[in-house]
Design a protein around this ligand. Structure first.
Ligand SMILES: [Cu+2]
Ligand SMILES: [Zn+2]
Length: 177
């Protein structure tokens, strides 16, 4: 008798758990965030948020600790910042196998966000709207890496834009809506 009671309790909690999992996965992801941490001995850190809007993906970045001027800014293939120089994040995220280019070019890596410009105090703020990024399916940016580079991206040298080393790295994760 006691045993039956116990198994009913176990069954009920299993059903509840399964139901809550289903509802969580059915909910569409509309906001993601990457928290950037210093790489290659830099002091560069910050946040990048990605928000799905009717006009496209809104990207907002706030980064500190940069040298003044422009720095290459990309989504890279892997959400792996484990290497001290962040090379573990792989190359630019490029599921469409396009050439490297600028953010506003028709053909570009999905991860090409161009440059972010730091002021004289090393702070950078960037806002842009992107028409091709997605948070679902094979081309999803969730789980990929965000990299800030040491140097300016020239938007044409293949396949990296000649932007030099990696000074910050973060992983794009699901954000609280
Ligand atoms: Cu990059
Ligand atoms: Zn690229």
């Amino acid at each position: 008798m006691k045993r039956n009671f116990l198994s009913i309790i176990v069954l009920i909690s299993a059903v509840c758990c399964a139901l809550s999992l289903t509802s969580a996965s059915a909910q569409e992801v509309k906001k993601a965030i990457a928290v950037l941490h210093p790489a290659s001995g830099s002091q560069v850190m910050g946040t990048v948020t990605f928000t799905k809007t009717d006009g496209g993906m809104q990207v907002v970045a706030d980064i500190t600790g940069l040298t003044p001027g422009q720095h290459g800014f990309h989504i890279h293939e892997f959400g792996d910042c484990s290497a001290p120089d962040a090379t573990s994040a792989g190359g630019h995220f490029n599921p469409s196998k396009n050439p490297h280019a600028g953010h506003d070019d028709a053909k570009r890596h999905e991860g090409d966000l161009g440059n972010i410009e730091a002021d004289s105090s090393g702070k950078a703020h960037l806002e842009l709207t992107d028409k091709i990024m997605t948070m679902s399916g094979e081309m999803s940016i969730i789980g990929r890496g965000v990299i800030v580079h040491e140097k300016v991206d020239d938007l044409k040298t293949q396949p990296t834009g000649n932007a030099g080393g990696r000074v910050a790295c973060g992983v794009i994760g699901v954000a609280k809506p």
